[in-house]
Design a protein around this ligand. Structure first.
Ligand code: DQA
Length: 152
């Protein structure tokens, strides 16, 4: 059975009450449940983790390979914009990572426009709320089932 890891970065544990005008009222648990339900339908195992700590996210990325994950969906939160450690961890592992964001980071403050992760990610999906994660999962399902286009 294929396994997928979903990694949520800092402050995403507060979803639901955190700046709902930007991030919506969906909680992190809601998102994880939607992802798990869709993954189960496709007979894929999905694990989700959240951490507010950069090092914990680096550890999770590093160990993802030996734990047998085939793909990672990552919302690195604010670390997206400046964590070279997370970028380097992605570059070091031999696993495809899809970068996701709930909000459209390109429409927001200037400092959110740049992602240090994007160059080492398979691609970036942002601006669709919880559907950013769902779209990433859909792409992964298509790829694992051999129907998706591969550009790498
Ligand atoms: C975010 C966007 C980031 O700029 C911000 O720091 C977050 C959430 C998003 O999902 O829209 O914490 O990654």
């Amino acid at each position: 059975m294929w396994k997928i890891l979903v990694l949520h970065g800092p402050n995403l544990n507060l979803l639901g009450t955190r700046e709902p005008e930007i991030y919506g009222s969906t909680t992190l648990e809601d998102i994880n449940q939607m992802l798990r339900a869709r993954a189960a339908e496709a007979q894929i195992e999905l694990d989700a983790q959240q951490s507010n700590y950069e090092g914990a996210l680096v550890d999770a990325l590093q160990s993802a390979q030996e734990k047998g994950y085939a793909f990672i969906i990552l919302n690195a939160g604010a670390f997206t914009h400046y964590s070279i450690a997370i970028r380097d961890a992605i570059a070091a592992i031999h696993l495809p990572v899809i970068e996701v964001h709930l909000s459209n980071i390109h429409q927001r403050e200037e400092f959110r426009h740049h992602s240090v992760i994007a160059p080492v990610a398979l691609g970036q999906i942002c601006g669709f709320g919880a559907d950013s994660y769902m779209a990433a999962l859909e792409i992964i399902i298509r790829r694992l089932k051999g129907q998706g286009q591969s550009h790498d």
